[in-house]
Design a protein around this ligand. Sequence first.
Ligand code: SF4
Length: 707
Amino acid sequence: MKTETRSTCCYCGTGCGVVIDAEDGRITGVRGDKAHPANFGRLCAKGAALADSARLDYRLLHPQLRDVRTAPRRRVGWDDALDHAARRFADTIRAHGPDSVAFYLAGQLLTEDYYVFNKLAKGLIGTNNLDTNSRLCMSSAVAGYKQTLGADAVPCAYEDLDHAECVLIAGSNAAVAHPIVYRRLEDAKAANPNLRVIVVDPRRSETCAIADLHLALKPGSDIALYNAMLHVLLKEGLVDRDYIAAHTEGFAALETLVERYTPAMVAELTGLEPEAIVLAARWFGTAKSALSLYCQGLNQSWHGTHNNAAIIHLHLATGHIGKPGSGPFSLTGQPNAMGGREVGGLSNLLSAHRDLGNPAHRAEMARFWGVPFVPPKPGKPAVELFRALKSGEIKAVWIACTNPAQSMPDVAEVRAALEAAEFVVLQDAYANTDTAKYADLLLPATSWGEKEGTVTNSERRISRVRAAVPAPGEARHDWQIALDFARRLGAELGQPLTDKLFPYTTPESIHAEHRASTCGRDLDIGGLSYALLETAGPQQWPYPEGAAAGKVRLYEDGVFPTPSGRARFVAVEHKPTAEQTDPARPISLLTGRLLEQWHGMSRTGTVPRLFNGEDEPLLKMNGCDLRHRGLEPGALAKVSNGRGEIIVRVESDEGMPRGRAWLPMHWGEQFMNGYGANALMPAATDPYSFQPELKHAAVAVEKVELP
Ligand code: SF4
């Protein structure tokens, strides 16, 4: 039988709608959904290859368990697997307390999956040790929005691209990382020749093809650049004093601070010509509407929160926010990093954007869940979580749908932590990840095309994800696995509330509870039922009960969700990268993504045609830097620092300024020698967001002499 199922792409945060064609239980094709407001039928190379990736040869199809580390895993039934896991977790909790266990999730999970895991950790067990790979991706955007605008909410929508007169793309290679957003920008530029595009990126990326101005700043000098742009806006009378007076606070301190940030002064810090900084500021300040698009280049920094704040300041100072074509638009990396944040899927959050550090929010959640209390002790964010695993403070970890043995910075340390752990559970659809070999218990999960739920994309739009084919082998849905484990663990711990806490029978029943938890909050989706999504299609939040539509744009009235109702300027100073180059490690290594690949390639790595662009990781360097090392294009080079080394082929790229190199982060140990690019990255983290600096490391690059 042939079927057509509407769903959402499982890769980037653009959140494109897809139509899945299936026949007799197999996915036979995937098309763009013309009715979906994110993509209107378009798909990028990855999305268009989704049907090719729906194959079983790399899938995990049965639970597998090993009793001791040295033994091979053996196939077991679900009951044995989950009983064993519940016993191990219960024993650990009884002996060492709730904070001796941890959960590490992924922005690939659906909102409903996240919700159950969050309740399991924070409601049932009583630990806030639940973090996700969104910590590596978007947590600085979260902290940046909260510090300045008062809430973790992207105030813009994709349609703002059509209304912008100036688009500032900062730390985002949208052409490859958010290809459909980029195509919408291309359309906007074709329709409006006066639209000016500024790209801020330390290298000439693919996105620079659309740039009217490319600012190839030194890695880590973002704050200096944006402070200098604010300096120019002030000097040239391009700030909106009325908006600042009516809707913001804290501007005086920042105004005093940026007095020092003259374009001439920051020329050395940023490596940019002062005239280019002045031009960028003028374009931004004189445009009737200005939109900024930003992503990991800002976030994956040990001062990522302030990078975000510095760019948001430009919008607040010019009033370019809350209007068509204007606003600071953080592009979400993963398909559901937003949904994870909405249900409190980080170690410092609770459901519906509540803060763990707020006693009133903890009390609200405890009442809502019907538990005596939510523990006040902050959970450990990703880097600290794996450090605690290595030290023995955390003894058991449950990992779902992510691959920390490749994706974390300083991978060797994370692998040492997984070795040191007493018990590692990995719940995943794929068996081909670097993390799988560390798992004592492997649990097969369903994947895209097989599961039901919702995701939220970069513009706050909630879309349905639907199953087109049945679960393969013995795979179960992520929420079901969490639920079945929770019930067993509750019984082991003698927790009488367990059945009441986990009454769910379907993803819709979980979503209904999540919706109820949002009522009255900034992201209120009380009116956004599955039934409404079915009839009205994907919708932006907030969408309270009784609303006729979601909100395209936030802060149109100039009122912000802060105690004073005003947005906040934060006096942020330049700070260099965590690691400086030196004679032993003279190259600044940057990392990034390719159009055809996604994250650690567990899915895209199974599709031969997605290797047509690049079939191995290439180190891009300036020709002079290559010649200086005796390297011809295509030669092998060793890239190393104190944390790791990898051997890769080099490619000459005149878009790379001298002293810099670039490497894609997709290849891990499964696909290459060494642990991949992230093994070289420092685990230095931002003090507010705890996001690690995954974008920059100081390395040595040497020719590999072949025998
Ligand atoms: Fe999927 Fe992103 Fe490509 Fe859209 S742009 S098809 S969401 S990978």
